[in-house]
Design a protein around this ligand. Structure first.
Ligand code: SF4
Length: 362
């Protein structure tokens, strides 16, 4: 279960696009998506990865279909999962049509890769006939006229121009189930091009930063690029790109949304003080113990772990439960009110007991 609160951020108003059972646009919550990273033809592994992503909070999953064998496998994968799937089509219009017929809820087309208007129109008609949405995904690296020394403003202009051409073609055929994206590996250009898209179109926008790196390197650029845009109300679905397990991408995406109050998981949230010389306890060790002990709890409760009483009670005031450490003991708070003083070795036990009481009465 997931709940959302975007009261502080005014989302840019967009059309609504249906991706199977999932709605994208300002009238719907921002959707986290990710992409499978195993061979699509390895159906069982692919299904397992999709299911793990769904469990982690993805409401859409993208699957690459570079070959005809992949679209054949894709049709079988669609039957085995509950989440709407997006087929990522690269260079072949034939793959796009196959993926539509195989049950994709959306396909992603890169205007830099599929350029022939006749091919695009055939895809539009097939998508329309099967109620399939299309993401027009411009990628800076695929823009033909770019040179190494093309200035940033011109790069943004060329990306927008490519998108306008494509969208015009879709609209000329009356097709408006479109989601737009423009990706760059540069944070500032990602922000700029998405601002321009938001000014120009009223279609939902998918946000992402390409090739953001290893997870430890991807987090900050993704948070800056996507967070800036989301704080401006731009973005209806997001994917964080990072090398490695796609679950990490999902976790980073959720954290970016949560930092802006746009996503609240129904899990225990830990607020942990950064610790300093005043800490009376191993705050990190205690937080990890609490994290492990509460991992399976599906109630949106907040627990604060504070190393001392200097800032602790103030920080803990918003928490459902809190511990503020003192010398050899911990003060336990429930909704800002001190309810117990226990020795160090009883802190976790006491918190868990209180947590159980709170779960029962919620
Ligand atoms: S709560 Fe106490 S120990 Fe933790 S950072 Fe603040 S002052 Fe330091």
């Amino acid at each position: 279960m997931t709940s959302y609160n975007s009261s502080m951020i005014k989302r840019r108003k967009t059309r609504t696009v249906n991706i199977g059972s999932v709605k994208i646009g300002s009238a719907a919550p921002i959707v986290v998506q990710s992409m499978t990273k195993v061979a699509t033809t390895d159906i069982n592994r692919c299904v397992r990865q999709i299911n793990r992503l769904v469990d982690a909070g993805c409401r859409l999953v993208r699957v690459a279909v570079p070959t005809a064998a992949d679209t054949t496998a894709f049709a079988k994968i669609v039957e085995k999962v509950t989440v709407p799937l997006i087929a990522d089509v690269h260079f072949s219009s034939a793959r796009a049509i196959e993926a539509i017929e195989a049950g994709a809820a959306k396909i992603r087309l890169n205007p830099g890769n599929i350029k022939n208007p006749k091919d695009i129109i055939r895809i539009i008609y097939a998508a329309d006939a099967h109620n399939v949405a299309i993401r027009v995904g411009v990628n800076e690296a695929s823009i033909r006229d770019l040179k190494k020394d093309t200035p940033p403003a011109k790069r943004v202009m060329l990306m927008l121009h490519e998108m306008k051409k494509y969208v015009r073609l879709f609209e000329s055929r009356g097709f408006t189930q479109i989601v737009l994206s423009a990706k760059s590996s540069d944070v500032r250009r990602t922000i700029e091009i998405n601002r321009r898209i938001a000014e120009t179109f009223d279609y939902p926008i998918h946000l992402g930063l390409t090739h953001a790196g290893l997870p430890e390197n991807a987090q900050i650029p993704s948070a800056v690029a996507l967070g800036t845009l989301l704080a401006e109300g731009i973005g209806d679905t997001i994917r964080v790109s990072a090398a490695g397990d796609p679950l990490i991408e999902t976790e980073i995406a959720k954290q970016i949304l949560a930092a802006l109050g746009l996503y609240k998981t129904a899990a225990v949230e830990l607020v942990v003080c950064p610790t300093c010389a005043r800490a009376h306890i191993d705050v990190t060790g205690l937080a990890r113990k609490i994290r492990r002990a509460t991992a399976g709890i599906d109630k949106p409760l907040r627990i604060a772990v504070m190393g001392c009483i200097v800032n602790g009670p103030g920080e803990a005031a918003d928490a459902d439960l809190a511990v503020c450490a003192a010398k050899n003991k911990g003060f336990i708070y429930r909704k800002g009110r001190k309810i117990a003083t226990v020795p160090d070795n009883k802190i976790v036990e006491t918190l868990l007991k209180e947590l159980n009481d709170l779960r029962c009465c919620r």
